[in-house]
Ligand binder design. Structure first.
Ligand SMILES: Nc1ncnc2c1ncn2[C@@H]1O[C@H](COP(=O)(O)OP(=O)(O)O)[C@@H](O)[C@H]1O
Ligand SMILES: [Mg+2]
Length: 239
Protein backbone atom coordinates (compact mmCIF):
# COMPACT_ATOMS: atom_id res chain seq x y z
CA UNK A 1 0.00 0.00 0.00
CA UNK A 2 1.26 3.48 -0.78
CA UNK A 3 1.66 6.00 2.04
CA UNK A 4 -1.39 8.23 2.57
CA UNK A 5 -1.33 11.81 1.37
CA UNK A 6 -0.44 14.59 3.79
CA UNK A 7 -3.84 16.14 3.18
CA UNK A 8 -6.87 14.94 1.30
CA UNK A 9 -9.61 17.54 1.07
CA UNK A 10 -12.90 16.42 -0.44
CA UNK A 11 -15.90 18.54 -1.45
CA UNK A 12 -15.16 21.38 0.95
CA UNK A 13 -17.94 23.96 1.21
CA UNK A 14 -17.63 27.08 3.37
CA UNK A 15 -20.15 29.92 3.49
CA UNK A 16 -20.25 33.18 5.40
CA UNK A 17 -23.93 33.26 6.29
CA UNK A 18 -25.62 33.02 2.94
CA UNK A 19 -22.49 34.11 1.04
CA UNK A 20 -20.66 31.17 -0.52
CA UNK A 21 -16.86 31.53 -0.17
CA UNK A 22 -15.58 28.03 -0.98
CA UNK A 23 -17.69 25.91 -3.28
CA UNK A 24 -17.18 22.18 -3.39
CA UNK A 25 -13.39 22.20 -3.55
CA UNK A 26 -11.27 19.03 -3.51
CA UNK A 27 -7.49 18.84 -3.53
CA UNK A 28 -4.55 16.80 -2.34
CA UNK A 29 -1.26 17.64 -0.68
CA UNK A 30 1.15 14.82 -1.42
CA UNK A 31 3.78 13.76 1.07
CA UNK A 32 7.22 15.09 0.34
CA UNK A 33 6.01 17.71 -2.09
CA UNK A 34 5.15 21.39 -1.96
CA UNK A 35 1.62 22.11 -3.13
CA UNK A 36 0.35 25.55 -3.97
CA UNK A 37 -3.04 27.18 -4.24
CA UNK A 38 -2.93 30.28 -6.40
CA UNK A 39 -5.77 32.72 -6.72
CA UNK A 40 -6.45 36.42 -6.80
CA UNK A 41 -7.91 38.39 -3.93
CA UNK A 42 -11.23 37.00 -2.71
CA UNK A 43 -10.90 33.62 -4.44
CA UNK A 44 -11.35 31.65 -1.20
CA UNK A 45 -7.76 30.84 -0.26
CA UNK A 46 -7.81 32.12 3.31
CA UNK A 47 -11.27 30.69 3.91
CA UNK A 48 -9.93 27.29 2.86
CA UNK A 49 -6.91 27.62 5.19
CA UNK A 50 -9.19 28.58 8.09
CA UNK A 51 -11.50 25.66 7.46
CA UNK A 52 -8.55 23.24 7.33
CA UNK A 53 -7.20 24.49 10.64
CA UNK A 54 -10.48 24.60 12.55
CA UNK A 55 -10.71 28.40 12.63
CA UNK A 56 -13.91 28.30 10.59
CA UNK A 57 -16.60 25.64 10.48
CA UNK A 58 -17.17 24.15 7.04
CA UNK A 59 -20.73 23.53 5.83
CA UNK A 60 -19.62 20.23 4.42
CA UNK A 61 -16.61 18.33 3.21
CA UNK A 62 -14.04 15.92 4.49
CA UNK A 63 -10.45 16.56 5.55
CA UNK A 64 -8.03 13.68 5.98
CA UNK A 65 -4.47 14.18 7.19
CA UNK A 66 -1.94 11.37 6.84
CA UNK A 67 -4.76 8.87 6.60
CA UNK A 68 -6.74 10.13 9.61
CA UNK A 69 -10.05 11.93 9.38
CA UNK A 70 -9.55 15.33 11.03
CA UNK A 71 -12.79 16.94 9.86
CA UNK A 72 -14.21 19.30 12.46
CA UNK A 73 -11.41 18.95 15.01
CA UNK A 74 -10.59 22.12 16.97
CA UNK A 75 -7.48 24.13 16.19
CA UNK A 76 -5.51 23.19 19.32
CA UNK A 77 -5.98 19.49 18.64
CA UNK A 78 -4.94 19.95 15.03
CA UNK A 79 -1.80 21.83 16.08
CA UNK A 80 -0.91 18.97 18.44
CA UNK A 81 -1.38 16.53 15.58
CA UNK A 82 0.99 18.60 13.47
CA UNK A 83 -1.24 20.74 11.26
CA UNK A 84 0.02 24.30 11.70
CA UNK A 85 -0.88 27.55 9.92
CA UNK A 86 1.27 30.59 9.22
CA UNK A 87 -1.66 32.98 8.99
CA UNK A 88 -2.31 35.69 6.46
CA UNK A 89 -0.90 38.98 7.72
CA UNK A 90 1.52 37.12 10.03
CA UNK A 91 -0.46 37.85 13.22
CA UNK A 92 2.57 38.25 15.45
CA UNK A 93 2.39 39.32 19.07
CA UNK A 94 3.78 42.71 18.17
CA UNK A 95 4.54 43.86 21.70
CA UNK A 96 6.48 40.69 22.48
CA UNK A 97 10.07 39.94 21.62
CA UNK A 98 11.08 37.53 18.89
CA UNK A 99 12.05 34.97 21.55
CA UNK A 100 8.64 35.29 23.21
CA UNK A 101 6.85 34.92 19.87
CA UNK A 102 8.79 31.74 19.19
CA UNK A 103 7.95 30.39 22.64
CA UNK A 104 4.27 31.02 21.90
CA UNK A 105 4.59 28.68 18.93
CA UNK A 106 5.59 25.87 21.28
CA UNK A 107 3.08 26.66 24.02
CA UNK A 108 1.29 23.31 23.75
CA UNK A 109 4.47 21.30 24.06
CA UNK A 110 5.71 19.93 27.37
CA UNK A 111 9.03 18.52 26.21
CA UNK A 112 11.25 21.44 27.28
CA UNK A 113 14.52 19.95 26.08
CA UNK A 114 13.01 19.09 22.69
CA UNK A 115 11.67 22.64 22.43
CA UNK A 116 15.10 24.10 23.20
CA UNK A 117 16.60 21.79 20.61
CA UNK A 118 13.98 22.84 18.06
CA UNK A 119 14.65 26.51 18.74
CA UNK A 120 18.26 25.98 17.74
CA UNK A 121 17.20 24.05 14.66
CA UNK A 122 14.61 26.65 13.67
CA UNK A 123 17.14 29.44 14.03
CA UNK A 124 19.41 27.71 11.56
CA UNK A 125 16.74 28.48 8.93
CA UNK A 126 16.69 32.13 9.99
CA UNK A 127 20.20 33.23 10.94
CA UNK A 128 19.04 36.86 10.66
CA UNK A 129 16.76 36.35 13.66
CA UNK A 130 19.53 35.30 16.02
CA UNK A 131 20.60 38.85 16.70
CA UNK A 132 16.97 39.93 17.10
CA UNK A 133 15.78 37.56 19.79
CA UNK A 134 15.25 40.36 22.32
CA UNK A 135 13.77 42.81 19.80
CA UNK A 136 10.05 43.46 19.86
CA UNK A 137 8.30 42.06 16.80
CA UNK A 138 6.85 45.51 16.07
CA UNK A 139 10.36 46.83 15.47
CA UNK A 140 11.28 44.30 12.79
CA UNK A 141 11.13 44.78 9.03
CA UNK A 142 8.29 43.11 7.12
CA UNK A 143 10.59 40.35 5.95
CA UNK A 144 11.88 39.68 9.45
CA UNK A 145 8.32 39.61 10.76
CA UNK A 146 7.41 37.01 8.17
CA UNK A 147 10.42 34.97 9.22
CA UNK A 148 9.25 35.11 12.83
CA UNK A 149 5.78 33.98 11.73
CA UNK A 150 7.24 30.96 9.92
CA UNK A 151 9.67 30.23 12.75
CA UNK A 152 6.86 30.40 15.31
CA UNK A 153 4.88 27.86 13.31
CA UNK A 154 7.92 25.58 13.10
CA UNK A 155 8.20 25.73 16.90
CA UNK A 156 4.93 23.80 17.01
CA UNK A 157 6.76 20.92 15.28
CA UNK A 158 4.44 20.69 12.27
CA UNK A 159 4.08 17.65 10.07
CA UNK A 160 2.01 19.66 7.60
CA UNK A 161 2.65 23.39 7.31
CA UNK A 162 0.13 25.75 5.74
CA UNK A 163 1.35 29.18 4.66
CA UNK A 164 -1.14 31.90 3.72
CA UNK A 165 0.48 34.47 1.41
CA UNK A 166 3.86 34.56 3.15
CA UNK A 167 5.44 36.79 0.49
CA UNK A 168 2.80 39.51 0.26
CA UNK A 169 4.14 43.04 0.59
CA UNK A 170 7.78 41.98 0.69
CA UNK A 171 10.61 43.28 -1.49
CA UNK A 172 11.72 40.89 -4.29
CA UNK A 173 14.98 39.93 -2.58
CA UNK A 174 13.11 39.09 0.61
CA UNK A 175 10.52 37.12 -1.36
CA UNK A 176 13.37 34.99 -2.70
CA UNK A 177 14.74 34.40 0.79
CA UNK A 178 11.34 33.31 2.13
CA UNK A 179 10.84 31.07 -0.91
CA UNK A 180 14.18 29.37 -0.33
CA UNK A 181 13.36 28.80 3.31
CA UNK A 182 10.01 27.24 2.39
CA UNK A 183 11.79 24.88 0.01
CA UNK A 184 14.30 23.92 2.68
CA UNK A 185 11.50 23.24 5.16
CA UNK A 186 9.91 20.98 2.54
CA UNK A 187 13.13 19.12 1.92
CA UNK A 188 13.52 18.56 5.65
CA UNK A 189 10.41 16.42 5.82
CA UNK A 190 7.55 18.86 6.42
CA UNK A 191 4.71 18.68 3.90
CA UNK A 192 3.84 22.16 2.69
CA UNK A 193 0.67 23.80 1.39
CA UNK A 194 1.47 27.28 0.13
CA UNK A 195 -1.25 29.80 -0.67
CA UNK A 196 -0.14 32.66 -2.89
CA UNK A 197 -1.26 35.52 -5.10
CA UNK A 198 2.33 35.63 -6.38
CA UNK A 199 1.90 32.88 -8.95
CA UNK A 200 5.43 33.16 -10.25
CA UNK A 201 7.15 32.36 -6.96
CA UNK A 202 4.48 29.80 -6.04
CA UNK A 203 4.92 27.75 -9.23
CA UNK A 204 8.68 28.08 -9.02
CA UNK A 205 8.95 26.32 -5.66
CA UNK A 206 5.99 23.91 -5.86
CA UNK A 207 5.41 20.53 -7.44
CA UNK A 208 1.60 20.53 -7.55
CA UNK A 209 -0.67 23.50 -8.15
CA UNK A 210 -4.32 24.45 -7.93
CA UNK A 211 -5.99 27.64 -9.10
CA UNK A 212 -9.01 29.09 -7.32
CA UNK A 213 -11.33 31.66 -8.84
CA UNK A 214 -14.29 33.10 -6.96
CA UNK A 215 -14.42 30.22 -4.53
CA UNK A 216 -14.12 27.51 -7.14
CA UNK A 217 -11.30 25.24 -8.18
CA UNK A 218 -10.76 26.01 -11.86
CA UNK A 219 -7.48 24.28 -12.64
CA UNK A 220 -5.19 21.60 -11.26
CA UNK A 221 -1.90 20.24 -12.45
CA UNK A 222 1.81 20.25 -11.89
CA UNK A 223 3.39 23.62 -11.29
CA UNK A 224 5.32 23.07 -14.51
CA UNK A 225 2.11 22.56 -16.48
CA UNK A 226 0.76 25.79 -15.01
CA UNK A 227 3.86 27.74 -16.01
CA UNK A 228 3.60 26.38 -19.55
CA UNK A 229 -0.12 27.05 -19.95
CA UNK A 230 -0.77 30.11 -22.15
CA UNK A 231 -4.04 30.68 -20.29
CA UNK A 232 -2.31 30.71 -16.91
CA UNK A 233 0.52 32.81 -18.26
CA UNK A 234 -1.95 35.44 -19.42
CA UNK A 235 -4.08 35.46 -16.30
CA UNK A 236 -1.50 34.96 -13.56
CA UNK A 237 2.02 35.44 -14.83
CA UNK A 238 1.64 38.66 -16.78
CA UNK A 239 3.24 37.10 -19.85
N1 LIG B 1 -15.46 37.26 7.57
C1 LIG B 1 -16.08 37.28 6.37
N2 LIG B 1 -17.40 37.56 6.26
C2 LIG B 1 -18.02 37.56 5.07
N3 LIG B 1 -17.41 37.32 3.90
C3 LIG B 1 -16.09 37.05 3.93
C4 LIG B 1 -15.36 37.02 5.16
N4 LIG B 1 -14.07 36.71 4.89
C5 LIG B 1 -14.01 36.57 3.55
N5 LIG B 1 -15.21 36.77 2.98
C6 LIG B 1 -15.53 36.65 1.54
O1 LIG B 1 -15.26 35.31 1.13
C7 LIG B 1 -14.63 35.29 -0.14
C8 LIG B 1 -13.28 34.59 -0.04
O2 LIG B 1 -12.41 35.36 0.78
P1 LIG B 1 -10.98 34.84 1.21
O3 LIG B 1 -11.05 33.43 1.55
O4 LIG B 1 -10.46 35.77 2.23
O5 LIG B 1 -10.17 35.01 -0.16
P2 LIG B 1 -8.60 35.08 -0.44
O6 LIG B 1 -7.88 34.63 0.77
O7 LIG B 1 -8.42 34.20 -1.62
O8 LIG B 1 -8.31 36.51 -0.77
C9 LIG B 1 -14.56 36.74 -0.59
O9 LIG B 1 -15.66 37.00 -1.41
C10 LIG B 1 -14.63 37.51 0.69
O10 LIG B 1 -15.20 38.78 0.48
MG1 LIG C 1 -6.42 35.62 1.84
Amino acid sequence: MTAPNALEVTNLVVNYGIVPAVQDISFTVRKGAITTIVGSNGSGKTTTMKALTGLLAAQSGKIVMNGQDITGLPTDVLVKRGLVLVPEGRRLFKGMTVAENLQMGAFQRRDASEVAHDLERVLTYFPALRAKMRTRAANLSGGQQQMVAVARALMAAPKVLLLDEPTIGLAPAVVDTIAEIIQTIGRNGVDVLLVEQNAEIAFEISEDAYIFERGELVMRGTAREMMNSPEVQRAYLGI
